[in-house]
Design a protein around this ligand. Structure first.
Ligand code: 0O2
Length: 213
């Protein structure tokens, strides 16, 4: 199936708008950070990671969801063909960035899942946004969906280890490790709060956005 589609050049045609949308998003996010640094001498973002789902994992996800294996189904039903992960130092940065992204005219937030205020039962925390990005092509404007995940450094540390453990145990993590991971997630919450309290004490590291809103 993949080979047939690849040969027909269809993947290439489908992926180009996704590639452009990902480049637009990463430029926008980089600019938000650079502007904050320039104007307020403050960095709300530690780093960003981007990825486009491979054809193989698109097909796996369509199969998992019981959807037809087609480009149309992928475009209509998968919101995370593009993934952008924004890693911040503090929780307040995450919600400030949410406000900034929500006020932009070059993207629209169409869904928000707050796994920080409502963590998953395994302890997973992140703010997930599905956004729509207009991509200007010669044929017209195409709206491309992307998933943006916002996390603190601590939440990212937790999620990347949990992800490795999840696959090491073939998605069936032993109960003892599940408990350990849950307790590590609680420690992450404590660490985030403690680091924020320390930075508040220093004062000059305060998010400038709080002052301008
Ligand atoms: P990858 O390889 O990171 O892309 P969906 O399946 O996306 O239609 P769902 O399940 O409601 O709908 O998505 P959700 O909850 O927004 O989570 C999607 C992504 O969040 C995952 O993508 C992971 O990146 C991350 N995530 C969610 N839950 C967990 C978790 O418990 N642990 C870790 N480490 N990451 C999580 P993918 O497609 O699973 O994988």
């Amino acid at each position: 199936m993949i080979d047939k589609l690849k040969a027909a050049g269809e993947w290439k045609e489908m992926f180009l708008p996704y590639k452009f949308a990902m480049e637009q998003l990463s430029t926008t996010i980089r600019h938000i950070n650079e502007e904050a640094m320039h104007v307020y001498n403050y960095n709300p973002i530690e780093h960003i990671k981007t990825r486009i789902k491979s054809p193989e994992s698109i097909i796996n996800k369509l199969q998992r969801k019981g959807l037809p294996i087609s480009l149309v189904a992928a475009r209509d039903h998968l919101n995370d063909i593009i993934g952008v992960r924004i890693i911040c130092s503090f929780l307040s940065d995450i919600y400030d960035l949410y406000e900034i992204l929500n006020n932009r005219h070059d993207m629209k937030i169409i869904e928000c899942k707050d796994y920080i205020r409502n963590p998953k039962p395994n302890g997973y925390q992140s703010l997930h946004l599905i956004v729509e990005v207009p991509v200007l092509l010669s044929k017209g404007t195409q709206l491309v969906k992307a998933e943006i995940q916002l996390r603190t450094l601590g939440m990212d540390f937790w999620a990347s280890l949990e992800h490795k453990i999840f696959y090491k145990y073939n998605k069936d993590i032993p109960d003892r490790l599940k408990q350990e991971l849950l307790s590590a997630a609680h420690l992450t919450v404590e660490l985030d709060a403690k680091m924020k309290a320390i930075s508040d004490e220093i004062g000059h590291l305060d998010s400038p956005y709080a002052r301008i809103q």
